[in-house]
Write a protein that binds this ligand. Structure first.
Ligand code: ACO
Length: 338
């Protein structure tokens, strides 16, 4: 790898892989657990089924992440020892410490490189590839592994009381390998990372009474499970999704038509439809796979990327916009020249 005359390097995504739990949770399964219906779920969210990790048999975030990274390394045709840094986007590490990053780096046989987790909920993978791109362009690192993983179903209440959030989520992991490139035009060309902690009250997981926002009354049944004001999150997502697309197109000085792939966080098919309608994005430029996996939080965006990659739809020279929003509240974009 060489720098250009101005000392610039580019960044290339040289491989990807995904790993999903075997266990499924269909809408029909949910009908047995709570007062809901397949028709209601499909109409409101577009989801048919989702994967659920079997925590009891040790299917944790680090296990899913390890398998995803192994596949990404095979796809990239490099060894784990060639990674200079490992970053993991997750909000469901197996325990407060060690991080998923440390566990995966050990499991796949990295050198004693830096490894860490970054928590921006559903925006985590998007934040993390943007950070990784900047770290490679700074010259400090050449090859970085980036994983998006969550086993969020451990925080779901599958009863009538928790049904508002229960229908949405699934577990999964996917990974990419980023590497410095001789072509300085390649890599991230614009990005936005946003957060509004004031909106945290609409989407949170309380582990004790102190974690309840002022507006929400303490209720023991809510502990350690996803608490969501669905309508507030829906409104936030539709608005910010569209705003951040406009902001990113403006930063890059391009039109929506110039983008070949919109790789979007899969939270609700209606949220994706609203962005498609607003910017006139044709179906083939915005892959929707929520019907198969639900919202896999940090895994969502790299799973879409890996599916696009393995179906041969991604070509060098194309432009790709990663887009996400989630708990925090967080939202953002990362526009790449491939
Ligand atoms: N099955 C059947 N009925 C249900 C269910 C269910 N699973 N859940 C709620 N209902 C009922 C409600 O009780 C309510 O009944 P009522 O009118 O008698 O009171 C009715 O359905 C409508 O409820 P709403 O909450 O208003 O339904 P809405 O149309 O808003 O859809 C949904 C709910 C699908 C959750 C939607 O609000 C949504 O998708 N919001 C965005 C959520 C999201 O994207 N979250 C992830 C963010 S990413 C992250 O970082 C985690």
């Amino acid at each position: 790898m060489t720098e250009d005359a101005r000392g610039r390097v580019g960044v290339e995504i040289i491989g990807s892989g995904m790993h999903l739990p075997e266990g499924t949770l269909t809408n029909q399964d949910l009908e047995q657990l709570m007062e809901t219906s397949d028709a209601w779920i499909v109409k409101r969210t577009g989801i048919n089924t989702r994967r659920r990790a079997d925590l009891a048999s040790g299917e944790t975030s680090s296990v899913l992440a390890t398998e995803a990274m192994k596949k990404a390394l095979v796809n990239a045709k490099i060894e784990a020892t060639e990674l200079d840094l490992l970053l993991v986007a997750t909000m469901t590490c197996d325990s407060p410490t060690p991080s998923v990053g440390c566990v995966v780096a050990h499991e796949i046989g990295c050198r004693d490189i830096g490894a860490m987790d970054i928590n921006a909920a559903c925006s985590g993978f998007l934040y993390t590839i943007s950070i990784a791109d900047a770290m490679i362009k700074s010259g400090a690192y050449k090859t970085i592994g980036v994983i998006g993983v969550d086993t969020i179903t451990r925080h779901i209440d599958y009863s009538d009381f928790g049904r508002g959030a229960a229908i949405l989520f699934g577990d999964g992991a996917a990974a990419v390998v980023l590497q410095a490139s001789d072509d300085p035009e390649k890599g991230m060309i614009a990005h936005a990372m946003h957060a509004d902690g004031g909106g945290a009250k609409h989407l949170f997981i309380p582990s004790c009474a102190l974690d309840f926002p002022e507006e929400v009354e303490f209720d023991e049944r809510k502990l350690n499970t996803v608490q969501m004001n669905g309508q507030a999150v829906f409104k936030f997502a539709v608005t910010k999704f569209q705003e951040v697309i406009s902001e990113t197109l403006e930063m890059a000085g391009i039109e929506a038509d110039d983008v070949d792939h919109f790789v979007c966080h899969q939270a609700n098919s209606r949220i994706l439809d609203s962005a498609r309608d607003r910017f006139g994005i044709p179906e083939e430029k915005l892959l929707v796979n929520i019907q198969k996996y639900g919202n896999t939080v940090g895994g969502s965006i790299p799973i879409v990327y890996d599916e696009l990659m393995s179906s041969g739809k991604i070509k060098p020279g194309q432009k790709m916009m990663f887009l996400a929003f989630g708990a925090g509240l967080t939202w953002g974009s990362s526009l790449w020249q491939l």
